[in-house]
Design a protein around this ligand. Structure first.
Ligand code: BJW
Length: 229
């Protein structure tokens, strides 16, 4: 059986109406993502950072998975444990599209992390008004997401999957943020076949064995259909 690791980024959710980070319109109220997605920003301007994530959490209620998410779920249905989806996205569109084997390496919008008790809780409301942690009652909740300078989640599991993979596919990511941007080199160094599916050439497009450019809602279903034919 072919073992496949798929890495997804903001581009896979773009056609669902979730904005990407580095497009021309990818600013949030004039802030670059690098200026709001840091522990330092949260320390100095917690209200700005909470509002950034509260707005994105609220917007999740109005978006739906697109054909790219659904095609990946169809692939999981066909090959089961031989597929692992590693997403940099903090939305839940892979799960809502039907995928179950999903690693959220940059965390989840619908989760809050208490800095007082270290507990994590599923979270659907705003955080800007500093609600108490349901576990310890302290008002130290932050979005359970990975900011610049923090260590992405489940790196050991991701590296193990890349080491055992036959194919690595990167979908809808600019290749601007590490360590995800380095997965292609990690995989290629182990002889894994690599494929990029992105709207345009990413920063690391030359590192892939093959690159196909176009919208994920077209490229991903086509790739899955080819594979399962
Ligand atoms: C479509 C499409 C359509 C559009 N169809 N495609 C090595 C070198 C240099 C720097 C570093 C390095 N290693 C680490 C660093 C520092 C830093 C970093 O990478 N800095 C860069 C700015 C250079 N990295 C970190 O700090 C990370 N931590 C770390 O490295 O810890 C050390 C460590 C690692 C491992 C083990 C042990 C220790 C943490 C990074 C955290 C990133 N967090 C963010 C925000 C949090 C979550 C959130 O708010 O959502 O994650 S930043 C932001 O960028 C977000 C995204 O997940 C991430 C990636 O963005 P993505 O998904 O690629 O989006 P875009 O907008 O950039 O691209 C979209 C793409 O889609 C484009 O190409 C479009 O063309 C395409 N597209 N429509 C198909 N319809």
């Amino acid at each position: 059986m072919t073992r496949i690791v798929v890495l997804t980024g903001a581009g896979v959710s773009a056609e669902s109406g979730v904005p990407t980070f580095r497009a021309a319109d990818g600013l949030w109220e004039g802030h670059r993502v690098e200026d709001v997605a840091t522990p330092e920003a949260f320390e100095h301007r917690p209200t700005v950072v909470h509002r950034f994530y509260d707005a994105r959490r609220a917007a999740l209620a109005g978006v739906e998975p697109n054909p790219a998410h659904r095609a990946l779920a169809r692939l999981e249905e066909a090959i089961g444990d031989d597929l692992l989806v590693v997403t940099q996205n903090i939305d839940d569109l892979h799960e809502r599209g039907g995928s179950t084997r999903v690693v959220h390496m940059h965390g989840r919008l619908r989760a809050a992390w208490c800095r007082a008790c270290d507990g994590r809780t599923d979270w659907y409301d705003d955080l800007v008004d500093l609600p108490p942690c349901p576990r310890c009652g302290v008002t130290e909740l932050r979005p359970d997401v990975v900011w610049f300078g923090e260590v992405p989640y489940e790196m050991d599991r991701i590296v193990a999957a890349l080491d055992e993979a036959d194919v690595f596919v990167s979908i809808g990511t600019s290749g601007a943020v590490y360590p995800a941007a380095g997965f292609v080199q990690h995989a290629a160094a182990r002889g894994v076949r690599t494929l990029e599916l992105n709207l345009e050439p990413s920063a690391g497009t030359h590192l892939f064995d093959e690159a196909r450019h176009g919208p994920a809602s077209v490229l991903v279903p086509e790739w899955v259909e080819d594979l399962l034919r």
